[in-house]
Design a protein around this ligand. Structure first.
Ligand SMILES: C[S@@+](CC[C@H](N)C(=O)[O-])C[C@H]1O[C@@H](n2cnc3c(N)ncnc32)[C@H](O)[C@@H]1O
Length: 262
């Protein structure tokens, strides 16, 4: 009994450090240790690696070269293509929170697609790719959504993309402002997330931010401590519009257009 508790504590410590132990003491034994949003994020983000490891074993490895994210001929998704600047033949796309293998397709008729992918867990994903002997078409680089301008110049990308990840971040408003900063003036940030995911799971684990839209199509971020109407708050730098759609699961599609230089 004591031995198994020590073993569990050791595993948590190796995976997440002292913050993971603090999280466990808080959640399991009700000890009121303040962690803050970043602490909660740190304690939970390693769950992502465990999820991807299972996914690699069951889906990616058995299909290998037929797996869509490892094929050079997978078309770029229509929702992305329609937001690309019409006047550019070579397009630079940034995928934020890309995971180990970007979801983005690699081809687009009439255009050369250059994808850059970033994720805070890139080093852990690299270890996983090595473990399964998989060479990605686009290697994900280490980077938090909240710190994109540490890595990239402002006004660089023709489109910035984020799928199912910014609501898992520690500061989504900052991450979105960083995505807008690295997009070229007049270009788009496209985000695709599950609507109301955090409220559905009652704000557990990595789900600390709830993404939704109001009746006017404004983009709303909620947390247990408050609500931000992103469309209204940031209208001086961009226009933000949301729609929901169902392609087997529900998505909140958020299109953000950075204002052109005046
Ligand atoms: C569910 S996965 C989605 C991966 C990929 N976008 C996809 O759709 O397959 C969520 C990803 O968000 C990443 N993530 C968590 N916090 C982040 C942050 N602060 N900035 C950027 N990405 C983050 C995680 O590391 C993880 O790879």
């Amino acid at each position: 009994m004591v031995f198994s508790k020590v073993k569990t504590a050791l595993r948590i410590f190796i995976e997440t450090g002292p913050i993971g132990i603090a999280y466990k003491l808080r959640n399991k034994y009700g000890i009121p240790i303040p962690l803050g949003k970043k602490g909660l994020w740190r304690a939970n983000v390693c769950e992502e690696v465990r999820w991807w490891d299972g996914y690699f074993q069951n889906e990616v490895v058995p299909k290998r070269k037929d797996y869509s994210r490892l094929r050079t001929d997978t078309p770029l998704q229509e929702r992305v293509v329609e937001l690309l600047p019409k006047d550019r033949e070579i397009v630079q796309i940034l995928d934020v929170g890309a995971g180990p293998l970007t979801h983005l397709g690699k081809t687009c008729p009439g255009k050369t697609v250059r994808i850059t992918a970033v994720d805070p867990l890139a080093a852990e994903y690299d270890r996983m790719l090595r473990k399964y002997g998989i060479e990605p078409l686009v290697r994900t680089q280490k980077g938090d959504g909240e710190r994109l301008t540490d890595h990239f110049a402002t006004n660089t990308f023709d489109l910035v993309y984020a799928r199912n990840c910014i609501d898992h971040s520690y500061d989504p408003e900052k991450a979105i402002l960083e995505m807008i900063a690295v997009a070229r003036p007049g270009c788009f940030v496209l985000m695709e997330h599950h609507p109301n995911e955090a409220e559905t799971v009652n704000y557990v684990g990595l789900h600390q931010w709830n993404f939704s839209m109001n009746d006017a199509g404004d983009f709303i971020i909620r947390s247990p401590t408050g609500e931000t109407n992103m469309t209204q708050k940031h209208q001086s730098v961009c226009s933000i519009q949301c729609v929901t759609l169902n392609d087997g699961e529900w998505w909140l599609v958020t299109r953000i257009q950075k204002h052109p230089l005046q």
